[in-house]
Design a binder for this molecule. Structure first.
Ligand code: BG6
Length: 487
């Protein structure tokens, strides 16, 4: 792998400590970092290199998937870390940074390949990108890349503005927009599974599937993020990005040995085929919810509007369920039901595919027969299970469901950030959000944002510790279906 300087904006922040340093460390232990590699951490606070390195070590001890105990391994790893003070708006700080990077590159005889990682609030994205360009940090002879965290915009217009401004300093090929759901190992497996398994390949699409359900339930509430979350809600925080990405990854149709260009092109096609809602359709296709007080796993929790720093009359959404349809040959007439919410009964991200059952319907009189299902469990456990009907050996006239389960063991599974940072270092953008699909996602979501804004959609309260408002069940019941695994 090519020599790289990893320039991290927001080096003293929470994400860096919890995710980025552990990911780099695990890549290092697995020998997946470039031979010549250096990290320059940037933050507003003054820190010596030694203190910075000690902080990084500390974060590894707390958050790394692999044990961070061996002092020699740790020393060798943190040796590559330097720190520099930077105020994002101060041009002199970028010039100082340029000097430091050039000095390091000369000392270590490294090619000037620079990866700029913005682990900072979105209000700083454009200023940083512009200053990288103006200062000359981005004009060395090697490659440059920009890795950027969500949120990418607040609505369609702001996302377009942000993209236009970033494009003044970086090309689309140089921008790696993180959506950490795309780094989850099971999500990365979806395309391979579907392409490489003849059974799955044969079943993929509207000839066999009755409906698809994509769920991301969370137990946590707003936590300490009121300032952010109360302006964003479930629609922007989870649905526009993570949930629509899951939909795309499940429904793209790729040629064998597909490239990142194929992935990008096919995801765009899915989004182009997604039936648009207009403001008036939103009411019949979308359920908006907000949690009230309740009990989760034996613990009472307060309702959203009683959370610290949330206004008592907040209309913010903490739950969304929606019905979507893809109008192309493969998926026409298969309803996709997508839901995500906070303060739900359990933590689970999964995709459930329910099959049509011509064989069983023809042969069985049993009205309650369980349909055939495939379940992809994404989080917190990783697995695939099949549920299908077979003849009951005792009662030959009856059918009964059997289950085949495969589960990945937790400690073998790399974390999303390891996969994504490894890919960004390689310059592979397969599992990043490309502009086309980000723009189309915002475009699809915009009428819902407008309908919320104009209060055209009721805000349903649901009790914490449940699976959301009853209206979410009705969304499926209207079509003769129900959410699977709500017990
Ligand atoms: C983040 C959201 O992107 O994803 C959070 O901002 C949410 O609100 C989190 O809790 C969920 O991620 P995961 O990996 O725990 O499902």
């Amino acid at each position: 792998m090519e020599a790289t300087t990893f320039v991290l904006f927001g080096a003293t922040g929470d994400l860096a400590k919890r995710k980025i340093y552990p990911a780099l460390y695990n890549l290092y232990v697995d020998q997946k970092l470039p031979q010549s590699f250096s990290v320059i951490g940037l933050g507003r606070r003054e820190l010596s290199d030694e203190t910075f390195q000690a902080n990084v070590e500390q974060s590894l001890r707390m958050f790394s998937r692999r044990e961070a105990k061996d002092p020699v391994v740790l020393k060798n790893f943190v040796r590559a870390f330097r720190y520099s003070v930077l105020d994002v708006g101060r041009k002199e700080d970028y010039l100082k940074l340029l000097k430091l990077i050039e000095q390091q590159e000369a000392e270590l005889r490294m090619e000037p390949n620079r990866l700029f990682y913005l682990s900072v609030g979105p209000e700083f994205f454009e200023t940083i990108a512009a200053n990288i360009q103006e200062s000359g940090l981005g004009s060395a002879n090697g490659w440059k890349r920009l890795v950027i965290e969500k949120p990418f915009g607040h609505d369609l217009q702001s996302a377009r503005d942000l993209n236009r401004n970033l494009s003044k300093a970086f090309t689309e090929e140089e921008i790696f927009r993180i959506d950490h759901y795309l780094g989850k190992p099971m999500v990365q497996k979806l395309e391979v599974l579907q392409q490489s398994h003849p059974v799955l390949q044969a079943l993929w699409g509207n000839h066999s599937m009755a409906n698809v359900q994509i769920t991301a339930n969370e137990i946590v509430g707003v936590e300490e993020r009121a300032g952010y979350y109360d302006h964003v809600g479930a629609l922007r925080d989870m649905f526009q990005n993570h949930m629509l990405q899951l939909l795309m990854m499940l429904t793209i149709q790729l040629p064998n040995n597909s490239t990142s260009e194929n992935v990008r092109f096919n995801k765009k096609q899915v989004m182009d085929s997604l039936e648009a809602l207009n403001k008036e359709d939103v009411r019949s296709h979308v359920v908006r919810g907000q949690y009230g007080a309740g009990t989760i796993q034996g613990k009472s929790v307060v309702g959203y509007t009683s959370e610290p720093n949330i206004a008592a009359n907040s209309q913010n959404d903490t739950f969304i369920a929606a019905k979507l349809q893809i109008a192309n040959d493969a998926w026409r007439d298969v309803p996709f039901y997508i839901r995500t919410g906070k303060r739900m009964k359990d933590k689970s991200t999964r995709i459930v595919i329910e099959f049509k059952e011509p064989f069983v319907q023809a042969q069985s009189n049993d009205e309650d027969l369980t349909p055939n299902l495939i379940v992809f469990e994404i989080n917190p456990n990783e697995g695939i299970s099949l549920q299908f009907n077979t003849r009951d050996p005792q009662q030959q006239r009856e059918f009964r469901p059997i289950h085949i389960d495969f589960h990945e063991r937790g400690d073998n599974v790399p974390e999303a950030y390891e996969n994504l940072i490894g890919d960004a270092l390689h310059g592979d953008s397969t599992f990043f959000a490309h502009w086309d699909e980000v723009e189309l996602s915002w475009q699809w979501v915009q009428p819902i944002l407008d309908a919320y804004e104009e209060n055209l959609v009721p805000l349903h309260r649901y009790e914490a510790g449940t699976y959301g408002p009853a209206e979410s069940d009705e969304l499926l019941a209207k079509d003769g279906f129900h959410w699977w695994f709500d017990d």
